[in-house]
Design a protein around this ligand. Structure first.
Ligand code: ADP
Length: 467
């Protein structure tokens, strides 16, 4: 089954959660409102009845003239009269008050359930909840205590349905407002999720185009911002930049290598054609073979160097590291290479004793050999090469100094690049891979290399290797 998109899942989850909480809110509103309304009804009932208590008086005798002129209501009761004040509220806000005898007989007022409540005994100052004819009522009874009124009761009655109108209004409003809020929130949430996830789609599309190989130069453009997605896009862009530059370096390496290999191959094939063109003297054959031998050695060296790079890059695990005595190694190499004495150059070595590093013997030998070979190659006649080894608590520092031709400032940033030669005519059989290999070996050991040089004054290569 196809999984829903993140945006759809977020919106769905958010909507369900919202609908549930709104439904819960609706029920809470209804139940709280119901309780408040019913309490108000009960309070109203008690208050109305209690207010009416004072509106009833008893008179044992009364002036007939008064009877005619008075706005109050008079009821003959026993030997006297009951006066019901005109302020007596027999029906207000659905609350009915009636004046009854203790057997339930109605004396005055209104009671909508007089028939149904017949036989329902009186309970002084109490609110009771009774169901009569499928309707709920609150009934509040109050015994009259004034002189002459003994045995009379005021009974207040209010239907519980009295609050239904308010409750259904609250319910109606809630049912209109709450779902509208839910719909608005869902639409808003969907838009926000859409907008928030838009950059992810951009990132995916750009990564897709780059991985299809359309254009390595392409970058993710998200505009201004510093949120998580912008940081992600930035990381991706940095990764693309690294991919692009390593891809370019790879391309450059292939094209440089093919170029370097083409020259000896062309020379060999031209030499063969020329020599085999006609019958030649043995001396001429010898010369031709010597040229071919020189070119094939050059090719061989180039191929070996290229293989070394490939090995170091693709399977560095082939070069196991061990704790080795760098002092001994440096002294041995210098001793051997001092025998070269090319161009009358002298090699001296000054190595602190027992400097240990964790490294690969074969690679470190290659590193020092390459640096010393260069010092010979670019050294001036009767010059001097000085190799120094020192150490501190973190690692070893190796210096290879010469007083040769030096390197121009413009070439310094490039000399560690593969196939870069400041002046190929002076390189004498070099192929521009020596320093690149040195740099690769230093990186493999987690170290650093720097060069200090000026034309005509010589060069100093400093290598730092951690312990
Ligand atoms: P190459 O095979 O040409 O020597 P390298 O990678 O060893 O290649 O060196 C790159 C370039 O750096 C050389 O062509 C040379 O111009 C310059 N170079 C390296 N070492 C020295 C040095 N000790 N003195 C002067 N120039 C140097």
């Amino acid at each position: 089954m196809k999984r829903l998109s993140i945006r759809a899942r977020i919106t769905l989850w958010f909507s369900v959660a919202l609908i549930l909480s709104v439904a819960l809110t609706y029920f809470v509103i209804l139940s709280v409102s119901r309780q408040i309304i019913q309490k108000t009804i009960r309070d109203d009932l008690v208050k109305t009845v209690e207010d009416n208590v004072d509106e009833i008086e008893y008179f044992s005798s009364i002036d007939l003239e008064d009877l005619e002129n008075d706005v109050d209501f008079f009821i003959r009761y026993g030997d006297g009269y009951i006066e019901v004040d005109d302020d007596f509220l027999d029906e207000v806000n659905g609350v009915y008050t009636s004046l009854c005898q203790s057997d339930g007989a109605l004396v005055y007022g209104e009671n909508p359930i007089i028939l149904e409540s017949e036989g329902l005994g009186f309970a002084d100052s109490q609110t009771n909840r009774v169901t009569l004819d499928h309707t709920l009522y609150y009934i509040y009874d109050r015994e009259l205590e004034a002189e002459g009124l003994e045995g009379l009761w005021l009974r207040g009655v209010v239907s519980e349905a009295q609050g239904e109108a308010e409750l259904s209004a609250i319910s109606r409003y809630s049912l209109i407002i709450l779902p509208s809020l839910v719909i608005l929130a869902i639409i808003g949430g969907y838009q926000i999720a859409r907008r928030a996830l838009l950059p992810i789609r951009k990132i995916a599309e750009t990564a897709g185009r780059i991985s299809r190989g359309d254009d390595l130069k392409e970058r993710i453009e998200l505009g201004e911002g510093d949120d998580e997605l912008h940081q992600l896009a930035e990381q991706f862009n940095e990764m693309f930049a690294r991919l692009e530059s390593s891809f370019q370096a790879q391309q450059q390496f292939i094209s440089d290598a093919s170029h370097e290999l083409r020259t000896p191959v062309t020379v060999i094939s031209a030499q063969c054609e020329l020599t085999l063109d006609e019958e030649r003297e043995p001396e001429e054959y010898k010369k031709a073979l010597e040229t071919i031998q020189r070119q094939s050695r050059k090719m061989n060296r180039l191929i070996r160097h290229m293989l070394d790079f490939a090995r170091l890059e693709l399977s560095p695990e082939r070069y196991a590291r061990e704790r080795l005595n760098l002092s001994e190694m440096v002294c041995d190499i210098c001793e051997d290479m001092a025998l070269i004495r090319e161009k009358g150059i002298a090699l001296s070595c000054e190595a602190r004793q027992d400097v240990y590093v964790c490294g690969n013997r074969e690679l470190l030998t290659r590193l020092l050999t390459n640096l010393i070979s260069n010092a010979y190659r670019y050294g001036k006649p009767d010059g001097h090469i000085r190799v120094t080894l020192t150490s501190d608590e973190n690692g070893a520092a190796l210096l290879v100094e010469d007083d040769g031709i030096g390197i121009a400032g413009k070439d310094l940033p490039n000399i560690f690049h593969r196939f870069y030669q400041a002046d190929a005519s002076r390189s004498d059989g070099g192929n521009g891979l020596g320093l690149a290999m040195v740099k690769e070996i230093v990186t493999f050991h987690g170290g650093e290399i720097s060069v200090d040089s000026s034309p005509g004054r010589g060069s100093r290569f400093s290598v730092y290797l951690p312990k």
